[in-house]
Design a protein around this ligand. Sequence first.
Ligand code: SF4
Length: 500
Amino acid sequence: MIIKQKIKKTDYKSVKPIFDSSKKRVYIETYGCQMNVNDSELVLSILQDNNYSLTRNIEEADLILINTCSIRENAEQRIWGRLDVFRLAKNKKPELKIGIIGCMAERLKEQLIEREKIVDLVAGPDAYRSLPGLLRNVEAGQKDINVLLSREETYADISPVRIDENGVSAFVSIMRGCNNVCSYCVVPYTRGAERSRNPETVLNEVQTLVENGYREITLLGQNVDSYFWKDETNPEKDVNFAQLLEMVALVNPAMRVRFATSHPKDINNGVLYAMAMYQNICNCIHLPVQSGSTRILELMNRKYTREHYLERIAKIREIIPDCSITTDIIAGFCTETDFDHEQTLSLMNEVGYDFAYMFKYSERPNTKASRQLKDDIADEIKTKRLNEIIKLQNRLSLESNRRDIGKIFDVLIDGFSKRSTEDFSGRTSQNKTVVFPKENYNIGDLANVRITGCTSATLIGEIVDEKHHETITELKNIIDETIHIVENKIKNTIKDKIRK
Ligand code: SF4
């Protein structure tokens, strides 16, 4: 069955923040993952509807909200450090209110108010709708807290206000929470059980972003592959992640679609076929492996083996040959031996990751690992192993980037290069950053860029000249048309696979 697109043409709704000095001003600082960035946008939307406006200046703020992360100890340390700075602001302006929201709020609850006298309110990730009420109590002179987790809350009806004003890329949450309980991870305790968002509200949000000129969205969830919307009235309308991806891709072919994060135990061929079928779904998969050793993966409760992971990689390469693959790696998990570590290095070599986030294991209170396993790897060994992992990844990233030299990519321009306003920075479908002289292009444009050089982190390129550009565009049109014809012929076959 083909999923019918039911996108209502919405009245144009701006997703830009309001800056209005006649209203109360909120300053929001966000730490941690992309989900937190998107949550801050939800929070701003709720506050704007309650007579607040945004400020980017602490001195102007009537309210400071810190959206926190608990994933590693040093993330929490940074937030304690920031509170010292906000204490100075509160000394200067005693009526200033300070709130802690997000994962650290959920983890530490009232301890935050007890330990930090300057904190007026604490709200967990499922309590943002109650912020106006909490703020009224705070205004009345009380401290207030709401850290209740919910089994239903997805904020589906709230349209986030985009705090980062680049106007090109936006995050769209499709689900909240996580059911996986990886033994090292605090997320299931701070963000609660997994819930999927109504797909219609996802499509409406994407449509609103199209109307606001956005060119790229990233669908967010702790484990997007387990997205599942159950339609209580009609099982035929149930939607899995591959189907949602397809529905989102169809909203507008000019809108690039990305997603994060995938889970190796759940990513299925349907998702890969959807990626292969729709040109606007970017060819990049972030597939956290965490360790190359099956023994360690079992202790981490990741529910896949090294062999299963490598089989998924082989399938990605088979179905989407030019897909980039990125990952997360933890060095020095409980009981990790030199052999386990070697297994991680060998797996990295075998996959040839384009990019990786790499960390030393940091025990988090109340997780399964903290209760059942001993954090028994000395810090100097963790550091040594992490350095080896980073060194190898730098080499793999450089090799991957060198392979791109001479190729031409569609690059979505999302800002200026960090070094010069004469150069733009943008990203390829594979999510690699490219820097190139800006010529007559604008932020938000797609440019054809030939890669002329690279570092391990960045591709360097030049816009292909107009004549060449025109020839390429003509060729692309012919190819696109051919693909379209072929696609239509094979669509029905592939659609069956997506739905499996
Ligand atoms: S999948 Fe594992 S690592 Fe990711 S959020 Fe869930 S429990 Fe944490």
